[in-house]
Design a protein around this ligand. Structure first.
Ligand code: PLP
Length: 366
């Protein structure tokens, strides 16, 4: 089996599973219980939070565990009272939250993007001059890997007195993220994109930008997010963040493998186009379009040969929707329909790349 779908989800690391197993066996007490097992669980929970806080340059009281990035994103967008400025190339978690809020009367604006999927910073500056907006932008795009210039966006947000939320899901472990270094108010993260368990996410919420809770009930997470904590999931996530931040240099090798794949595909398959290739991108994602081909058919044929990847994003692929991201980038329909997303991890090899390229060429030539 060749797994080239790491932007959809990743295989958990052995060390992550080990940390989770330890938690299931030894930390099954409820962190809210007063007895010894509860206290032990609570101490481990706070150790995990403080470990993540120091890796991200955040305060311990600025990190909230959630069920995933979708929840984190919903929390910020629904919890903040301000008119929202976002982009047309957000993940569905952002776009659908916005659509819901719009139906409830919230003011919203969607910025377009250029052919590389980047927003126009001058336009953002002009639109936000009056201040008082919540800006929400995806850091690394889940379909193309393109990186918005979050540092400049943050400078504009602060200059114009706006709050800034960043969807950091596909950027975590791919680019350095340190909140002492960059001024954002909220950032959403997900564990399962970095070889951690599914069903666990994180919201960084700056002390000065605290929102009320989205989920009411018990007083977990400092009274901000009710529900008994998934300690094994949190321990696994903490381990995954540690491994991802410690092994950032592996991204150079992943990028070399991606360059190898892209170079060969362009040379060997006529008219194939690499999307957002001129933008800054995370190392592991490549979006390629084959004009006139049916992406769903390509996926199926590759799947039959034991190769797993996505057409556009995984969430839209199930519904066979055409990518809103590529459409916003102005790509022709003929190209959008024939798009594959190759998303790599450090586990992938050049042999796998060769098998994939040969298989794709065979399928296209038939
Ligand atoms: N944002 C981006 C950029 C994503 O790629 C994803 C996952 O597909 C999400 C948000 C949602 O994350 P989760 O699966 O943790 O809810």
């Amino acid at each position: 089996m060749i797994y080239f779908d790491n932007a959809a989800t990743t295989k958990p690391h052995e060390e992550v599973l080990q940390a989770m197993y330890e938690a299931y066996i030894n930390l099954y007490g409820n962190p809210s219980s007063i007895h010894a097992l509860g206290s032990k669980a609570k101490a481990s929970l706070e150790d995990a939070r403080s470990g993540i806080a120091s890796l991200l340059g955040a305060g311990q009281d600025e990190l909230y565990f959630t069920s995933g990035a979708s929840e984190s994103i919903n929390w910020v967008l629904k919890g903040s009272p301000y008119p929202i400025i976002t982009s047309q190339v957000e993940h569905k978690a952002g776009l659908e939250s916005c659509r819901y809020l719009q139906s409830k009367g919230r003011e919203l604006m969607y910025l377009g993007v250029d052919e590389n999927g980047l927003i126009d910073l001058d336009e953002l500056d002009d639109l936000t001059k009056a201040g008082g907006f919540l800006l929400s932008f995806i850091y690394a795009n889940n379909e193309t890997g393109v990186l918005q210039d979050i540092r400049s966006i943050s400078e504009i947000a602060k200059k114009n007195k706006c709050l800034l939320h960043v969807d950091g899901v596909q950027a975590l472990g791919k680019v350095p993220i340190n909140f002492e270094d960059i001024d954002v108010d909220y950032m959403s993260f997900s564990s399962h994109k970095i070889h951690g368990p599914k069903g666990i996410g994180l919201l960084y919420m700056k002390k000065e930008a605290r929102l009320s809770s989205l989920i009411h009930g018990g007083s977990q997470e400092n009274g901000m997010r009710a529900g008994t904590e998934d300690l094994p999931g949190i321990m696994g996530f903490a381990k995954a963040i540690q491994l991802a931040t410690e092994s950032m240099d592996k991204n150079k090798d992943i990028e070399k493998l991606r360059t190898y794949i892209e170079t060969r595909l362009v040379e060997e398959i006529p008219d194939l186009k690499i999307n957002a290739s001129q933008g800054p991108r995370v190392a592991n994602i490549s979006s390629v379009s084959l004009p006139g081909q049916d992406g769903a058919r390509l996926l199926m044929m590759l799947d039959m040969r034991g190769i797993c990847l996505s057409a556009g994003s995984a969430c839209t692929a199930g519904a066979l929707e055409k990518s809103h991201v590529l459409k916003a980038m102005g790509l022709d329909q003929a190209y959008i329909g024939g798009t594959l997303r190759i998303s790599l991890s450090a586990d992938n090899t050049y042999d796998e790349a060769d098998i994939f390229i040969k298989a794709l060429k065979d399928i296209v030539n038939k």
